[in-house]
Design a protein around this ligand. Structure first.
Ligand SMILES: [Zn+2]
Length: 439
């Protein structure tokens, strides 16, 4: 019997990230609508299906799109404005002053640039915390990517709201506006413990529970955050938010650099997810998260780039390389953070951080969020081990096709949804605006 599907993909090698971590040589994928309906060898898939379209990806490595578990997309506009500074000085003297003047139009443009970068370098879904988040959702909608986002909640006014009460109203409004969108989901996002109060954090928890939304917060990013938390609240950051009821399986904690062993065990016990950001932590010299310890305790760990102002790229391939190398040299142990574990963090772990169970692997029933890398690229030759190439050899520049929910967003150097030349002109013209607001 011949089955019908919308699209058949043919490729040299498919890295599925299924529970057996199956790699298929000369593979095929059948897609109907936004969903993968079948996957196997091309010889087994091809005769079974009548497809409206076929996409022959030739000598390419097909794999799940990477998931960026923590970023601030529109900060692309601030890429390179201030480097080589400690977190608090960088944030309060250089980033916050410009961000005060942000408008919805500017955030949308920065987020669209971020979407273009992520699409180009093989990221298909991301978790975003920012200001005027509605504008980021508009960019994600236009670009075709998938995102979990949230309006950053602070105890002081933001460009989006004059007071925190209004911030909470915006969370509700965004939820109403976007809840039916197939690729955009809302999360409650208190910025950090040092920019909120216990009352604000409790309210965030209550709204997340009421609307059945996940919660995302920067936590234990530096030793100075811990010191300040001890001075202000008499406890360390993790204990502080735990006592406020914020540690649940629906919570994602960004950074988690300054944790004790007991705190890592507590995260494992509560089921919260960690978003590890090695390049941002290295660049701001925030420290090194104990990822091997987290994995030993069974913590769900994902990988993120953080914003482009502290990375300075939104590239999950180079982030994977940095992650694998950092933990090896830190522990003086070359078996630490092996390639498969790091790839799991950037795919299945990311799905956990976005609280999505239909992305991160290529299997029947999963969303068709798929990327392809050109295996004729000199740095990917010859192919012995696709997992090794994905983590250690690829730079993301080899990405030749990016698809989200069955829709091709980028193919053979061309964006299918974003008008890239127009975007370039708009971003270039904004450079003077950014400069005029720098301290
Ligand atoms: Zn961040």
């Amino acid at each position: 019997m011949t089955l019908v599907c919308d699209l058949l993909i043919q490729a040299d090698t498919i890295l599925t990230q299924d529970p057996d971590r199956t790699v298929i040589e000369r593979g095929g994928i059948a897609i109907t609508g936004d969903t993968i309906t079948d996957i196997g060898t091309w010889d087994s898939i091809r005769p079974r299906y009548h497809a409206a379209k076929t996409l022959d990806l030739g000598r390419s490595l097909v794999m799940p799109g990477l998931v960026n578990a923590h970023t601030h997309a529109a900060m692309t506009l601030l890429r390179g404005v201030a480097d080589d500074l400690p977190l608090m000085e960088w944030l309060t003297k250089h980033i916050f002053p410009v961000e005060q003047h942000l408008t919805s139009e500017i955030v949308e443009l920065g987020a669209l640039l971020a979407c273009a970068e992520m699409t180009r370098f093989g990221t298909t879904a991301f978790c975003d915390m920012y200001l005027l988040e509605d504008a980021t959702y508009r960019a994600v909608d236009r670009a075709g990517l998938r995102a979990l986002g949230g309006e950053g909640i602070f105890m002081f006014p933001s460009p989006a709201y004059p007071d925190t009460n209004r911030g909470f109203e915006i969370v509700r409004e965004l939820h109403e506006k976007w809840k039916a969108h197939p690729r955009i989901r809302q999360s409650v996002m208190p910025h950090a413990i040092y920019t909120t109060t216990p009352e604000i954090l409790t309210r965030c928890r209550d709204i997340a529970e009421e609307l059945t939304l996940p919660l995302h917060i920067h936590l234990a990013e530096t030793a100075s955050e811990t010191r300040q938390c001890l001075e202000t609240h008499g406890k360390r950051p993790l204990q502080y938010i735990h006592e406020l009821g914020l540690l649940t399986p629906q919570t994602t904690l960004a950074h988690c650099v300054d944790l004790t062993d007991d705190e890592i065990a507590l995260i494992a016990e509560t089921g919260a997810v960690v978003a590890h950001n090695p390049e941002s932590n290295m660049k701001l010299a925030s420290g090194i998260a104990d990822v091997p310890g987290m994995l030993r305790h069974g913590v769900r760990v994902s990988l993120g780039t953080d914003g482009a102002a502290s990375n300075n790229a939104l590239n999950m391939f180079t982030e994977m390389t940095s992650c694998a190398l950092l933990h090896k040299v830190h522990g003086m142990d070359p078996t630490s953070a092996p390639a498969q574990v790091v790839l799991d963090m950037a795919t299945l772990g990311g799905a956990g951080a976005l609280h999505l169970n239909s992305v991160g692997a290529l299997m029947p029933g999963m969303q068709a969020d798929i990327i392809a890398l050109d295996l004729d690229a000199p740095n990917l030759l010859p192919l012995h081990n696709p997992v090794s190439h994905a983590v250690y050899a690829a730079t993301g520049a080899e990405v030749c096709m990016t698809m989200v929910a069955g829709e091709v967003l980028y193919n053979d150097g061309a964006y299918q949804k974003i008008d890239y030349p127009a975007l370039v002109d708009e971003v270039r013209s904004l450079r003077d605006w950014v400069r005029s607001h720098l301290a």
